[in-house]
Design a protein around this ligand. Structure first.
Ligand SMILES: [Cu+2]
Length: 117
């Protein structure tokens, strides 16, 4: 009975973490070799994390947690989102290894980069 209670509360905590959705979610699964996903939150005029390293074929999703619109724009023009309102998301799949700097087209001082290995 006690074991069951612990298991339930653990499940609940995981569910809460998923619902909260804060921070970066990076797949560490060694067995996955095809598509993986990673998340960057846009909060308080900052990309979090500002720099992430992902495997090739990873889809990165930016989520705007701010009350103001942001635009995710690749420095070299590879990708560019529409204006993201609060809780809007934008995804881009990085196929080739390399370093992909980006910024917010509305607030150019907001910068980040995706490193693809
Ligand atoms: Cu912005």
């Amino acid at each position: 009975m006690k074991k069951q209670a612990i298991s339930t509360s653990t499940t609940f905590a995981v569910l809460l973490a998923i619902l909260a959705g804060g921070g970066a979610v990076t797949s560490h699964a060694a067995g996955e070799q095809n598509k993986t996903a990673s998340e960057v939150s846009v909060d308080n005029f900052t990309f979090g994390p500002e720099s992430i390293t992902v495997a090739a074929n990873t889809t990165v999703t930016w989520v705007n947690r701010d009350d103001v619109p942001h635009v995710i724009a690749s420095t070299d023009g590879l990708f560019r989102s529409k204006a993201l309102d609060t809780d809007d998301k934008y995804s881009f799949t990085f196929v080739k290894p390399g370093t992909y700097p980006y910024f917010c087209a509305v607030h150019p001082k907001m910068v980040g980069k995706i490193i693809v290995r």
